[in-house]
Design a protein around this ligand. Sequence first.
Ligand code: ADP
Length: 747
Amino acid sequence: MMTTTTRIGVMTSGGDAQGMNAAVRAVTRTALAHGAEVYAIRDGYSGMVAGGDQISPLNWDDVGGIIHRGGTIIGTARCMEFRERSGRLIAARNLIRKGISRLVIIGGDGSLTGANMFKSEWSSLVAELLETGQISAEQADENPDLHIVGLVGSIDNDMCGTDITIGADTALHRITEAVDAISSTAASHQRAFIVEVMGRNCGYLALMAGIATGADWVLIPENPPNGDNWEDRMCNIMLEGRKEGRRDSIVILSEGAIDRQGREITATRLQKAIEERMQEEVRITILGHVQRGGTPSAFDRNLSSLLGWSATNHILESQPGDETMMIGIENNRLVNKPLMQCVHETHQCNNAIRDQEFKEALNIRGENFKRNFRILRTLVRARPHEVGKNHQPRKIAILNCGGPAPGMNAGTRAAARLLIDQGHEVVGVKRGIKGLINDWTMPLDWMSCNGWAPIGGSVLGTSRRQPPRPELYSIAQTIDRHQFDGILIIGGIAGYKVAHQLNANRDNFPAFNIPIVCIPATIDNDLPGTELSIGADTALNNIMHAVDKIKQSAVASNRAFVVEVMGRRCGYLALLSGLATGAERIYTHEQGVTLAELNRDVQELIAAFERGKRLGLLVKSEDAHHIYTADFMRRVLQAESGDLFSVRTNVLGHLQQGGDPSPFDRTFATRLAAESVDKILELIETKADDNQLYIGLQRGDFKFSLIEDFQRVMDQQNARPKDQWWLALAPVVEALSKADPSIVDQN
Ligand code: ADP
């Protein structure tokens, strides 16, 4: 790609965010793999202004073993000098003297605004440096342009132009862990708590945490509560909730929340308001910097790795005159956007809040944000809305099928409440299809699924049964007996198959002629028509935490691990957990495993250990190959490595399916449930012919497809979708994990 060695600078700036290290690692390794050099600019713009050792080379191994660490190993700071032209002049001089005119800057909107200003001034800075003799004519000629690519590191998720920013998902993890913990003590004492979360002008963290934890009230800057008496309404809801059986009351307060008059809603103001009205002590927990801390989530590690990789490719190809771009993700795909446009829109939103133009602020946040807020409003109610006399109540069954997937309960709760709120009746079917066969059911009312959002596994119970023909009679009888108007199936492929079976037998069993919607829930992420399924994110985090610990156990010895993860013939968990844990090799059924490759991998690993490597990590999907199993790999490695290193196998097993659902799985399940509820009610009302569907997320949209066609999009032999979007990430994983190219070249 390049003729002379290009040097790029990488910098983290402004507030730190978990995942910044993964981005620095990805930038460094991608650049080195392209033959470029990488310099760390330490402590943000301060390092740029200070120069000297604050701008120093980064090598392949400098960024090894950092992916799991919070914060940023190259430091970050806020720098007043850089806000002045005089400071930027010194920064330009320092960069030019180091031969750096390509920068990847990871920071918030402030840092990126500064970056853009720096770029726009560059030629005048260079001219002045030349005029005042601070750089030579040659140096000026070599650095006519400054190239910058921005990545947004901000736990607040407050930047327009990207669906999510580096650190926001991890911050949500910290918040949900804290609120879950507070809920249990609050429930024990029947107490009210105010939990203040970060976010500056953006209510994203508060909103999503409210959905994920089942909080009782949420206050965000973009949509202040309506009316002068909102404190009365809020407290009434909490008091009514107590009467209905809720033992705790949790209010999530975004730090930037204001009322409709633009007055700040502080935690103490809120505390006073609740104490007066509820006549009880209210506790305040300000989560503060806990939200910035801790190990990055699997999502943040992977997001940051992808963004870093993409930013580096972009900066290496950047041409004079190119606009400064920001790289983000939209609808699950990497996107490049003009940086200043994104900064401008972000400021517009902040200004709209300041000017109390709340409708405008919500519009800028977008449709998903608005929809999530509407869903939250229903879920927090103490009781469902009253419905009119002419309303026709429907009866909907909800069941969980297949293996338990974390988030199923959040989906069941959301579906039940959203249906009940519209005056419908909901029946929970216990133990999946077995419950439908045996009529094991329970009525689900507003309070019966209270507190379900944080619970792992499946409260209703689940099963994988594929009913033989005689059992179809029993299923028809159960449906007839209850007079179900529709069925929601939250589950894995077993659920889809049952729905398909009912669909295929409609002529024989009229009872099967009712709307059915399947909602994807399996940790394997191998379902048709959806890019993601409920449970997969939790499983990835479970794997990642286990592998982090396994890696740590080997600090004192030279050791390689072969870690086997679930997923059957679908390599999603293997690839994405391999990326999140920095694995050297990842084996999936999709990519295949050959003896020649294994041989090459073994030789490369041995060479790396001979050069001083102390830890090796290979991740494989459980059914990557029927002969080259984890144990086979261990034996081959052990036989070849001799005394150089020992090899251990870890089959992670069911820990992957367990645990508290991640915030993403809870909110995703809630969203899928909301879309499915709307759809099933529409199918009932319109008496649609094509009324048995499955829902999926595709490129940011929720799409429904006919259950009778689901096998058409499946690779049936391998029980996975034919089209798997995440396979496109394999080259990135390979680029970041392979051995240091400079050392390989020497051998
Ligand atoms: P964040 O990047 O997280 O939004 P800040 O707003 O504090 O954090 O910005 C970080 C640093 O970026 C500042 O300390 C300053 O050095 C630089 N910066 C921010 N805004 C500007 C600006 N308008 N012009 C020049 N530099 C800026």
